[in-house]
Design a protein around this ligand. Structure first.
Ligand code: NG6
Ligand code: CA
Length: 521
């Protein structure tokens, strides 16, 4: 595969001669480093491909994300590895399918760090290439050792043990305790005289819970979410202590956006990799007052506006520092959208004709298209011509593709074992590989594989419906085969009419499970 690459990817001497003139070795190295593109990887939570005006939404306007899309490659066939957050993010950062490891289901707020510190992560790769790296915002991959995180000491291992120089993170999700930020292994703003206790088994301390004190709740649950009440919102899990460190839900977007901006400003002179996870648009959806009521669609719409503002702030920061041209800005979601995800926030009643899933079946949790098909935008003015990218792309392949861009070898084979070099696709070019395939996972680990126009969902006897969201998980005891180019809504299972395609895709999926992708041509 041939790419047109910037100067610094030429053999070192050539790049230095061409780009950096007559300089000392150190100056030359610095100069060479400076030419590497910065990476901003901004991953939204539970955002649907139908939630953005650049993807056809008409009831809501997302001007900043639209502008990003208009200046870059806007993918129309991009997929997350999984239909929930923890495994999806695990796949991105490790380049390994999460279903190869046991503890990659939706992580509680006191989960151990589920990425092995021996793993060479995407952040490690950038670090080895001279980048400064940061994880800011939603994390949801656990922290600390097995047996329950202790939030009162320096939490190790943290993201700094897997390649990040700086972290300012929400440990899990905004609906899970503890409701605090962690900065470089320590709870930000913690008063040592008011230690935090967290449990996911039983009530700890005396703070009211949604179950016992429903009268204290300002946002009622529709399912679960009836443990400790923080800021009027009942969460998943129990906590007590750490009062001074508790976040204010209305300010989370402002806080993490300002941390991300500071990181960019403070590291503008060297290449950086910023991995930023927004809490928007996950439940509980709590917009800042300046966005509240602005979408006419209730809080789910309001936090989409808040998310768009966040993207705009990062774009302005890059512009003001003249960094935008040589920054690869990826914007995507971690999994598909969900309307009622456990709080009575009237998201369904106020949709007003808006379609977060577009015309796709299922949603978050599902093996059907709306489970993993995501908005995915890559802007890099120096390296990408604005385009609509229709090629199939999976987030699992980001790692090897960016490694290819940096000419960084992925050795030994245990490094990013499932990630393949799709750099041409990532840069908006057509690679004409019609036999390319991608693999996705639903909530109950049923796998599906897409190749060309065909999508095969393996048979599974796991539950077929997520009862509280009424979401179809997409698995069935029978094999399913859809021609998604003519039947994108997956209404017609044609497995019986095409037994040879079912056999071929099922065999390919078995090869992938056996870890033989790099041998598959
Ligand atoms: C579910 C939660 C849901 C959300 C999800 C994780 C209930 C009823 N539902 O168990 O609200 O937190 O887990 O979402 O508790 S994710 O996007 O982080 O994967
Ligand atoms: Ca999510």
């Amino acid at each position: 595969m041939k790419h047109i690459l910037p100067l610094w990817t030429l053999p070192a001497g050539a790049a230095l001669l061409a780009g950096c003139g007559n300089t000392t070795q150190k100056e030359a190295t610095d100069c060479n480093l400076r030419q590497k593109p910065n990476i901003v990887y901004l991953i939204a939570d539970d955002l649907g491909i139908g939630d953005l005006s650049c993807y056809g939404a008409t009831q809501i306007s997302t001007p900043n994300i639209d502008r990003l899309a208009g200046q870059g490659a806007q993918f129309t066939n991009a997929y997350a590895t999984s239909s929930t957050s923890t495994p999806s993010r695990f796949g991105l950062l490790t380049g390994m399918y999460p279903w190869r490891q046991e503890n990659t289901g939706i992580a509680p707020g006191n989960s151990e760090l589920i990425i092995d510190t021996a793993c060479v992560t995407l952040a490690d790769m950038f670090h080895a290439e001279g980048y400064t790296t940061a994880a800011i915002g939603k994390w949801h991959l656990g922290l600390g050792p097995k047996g329950g995180t202790d939030f009162n000491t320096l939490i190790r291992p943290n993201t700094q043990d897997i390649g990040f120089d700086y972290e300012y993170i929400i440990p899990a999700t905004v609906d899970r305790v503890p409701c605090v930020f962690v900065e470089n292994g320590r709870v930000a703003g913690l008063d040592p005289n008011d230690p935090i206790t967290v449990s996911y088994d039983h009530k700890v301390g005396h703070w009211p819970t949604g179950l016992e004190n429903p009268e204290l709740v300002t946002l009622k649950p529709s399912q679960g979410h009836n443990n400790t009440i923080i800021n009027g919102i009942p969460r998943i899990g129990w906590m007590t202590g750490g009062k001074a460190a508790l976040w204010n839900d209305e300010e989370i977007a402002d806080v993490i956006t300002s941390k991300a901006k500071d990181f960019i400003i403070n590291h503008q002179d060297r290449p950086f990799f910023l991995y930023m996870g927004t809490q928007d648009v996950h439940v509980p959806r709590v917009p800042h007052p300046r966005f509240a009521g602005k979408s006419g669609m209730g809080t789910r719409g309001d936090v989409i506006l808040q998310l768009d503002w966040t993207v705009g702030e990062i774009m302005h920061t890059l512009d003001s520092l003249h960094l935008a041209d040589n920054t690869i800005f990826v914007f995507c979601s971690d999994n598909g959208p969900v309307i009622d995800d456990g709080y009575q926030d009237q998201a369904l009643e106020l949709l007003n004709g808006h379609t977060p899933m577009k015309h796709y079946r299922g949603g978050k949790y599902s093996a059907y298209e709306a489970g993993t098909r995501i908005p995915f935008i890559v802007r890099w003015p120096l390296g990408i011509q604005p385009c609509k990218q229709q090629a199939l792309f999976s987030m699992i392949d980001v790692y090897a593709s960016l490694a290819a861009l940096l000419n960084h070898p992925l050795t030994p084979d245990s490094v990013a074992p499932d990630s393949r070099d799709r750099l041409a696709t990532l840069l908006g070019k057509d690679n004409n590989e019609c036999n390319h395939y991608i693999v996705q996972q639903n909530l109950n680990n049923t796998l599906s594989i897409i190749q060309g126009t065909w999508k095969y969902i393996e048979p599974s006897d796991k539950p077929a419906i997520e009862y509280w969201t009424r979401m179809e998980l997409g698995n069935d005891t029978k094999p399913q085969l859809y021609n998604i180019s003519i039947d994108p809504s997956e209404t017609n299972n044609v497995a019986e009419a095409h037994p040879e395609t079912v056999r071929a895709l099922s065999a390919l999926l078995e090869q992938v499970k056996a870890g033989k992708e790099r041998e598959i041509k």
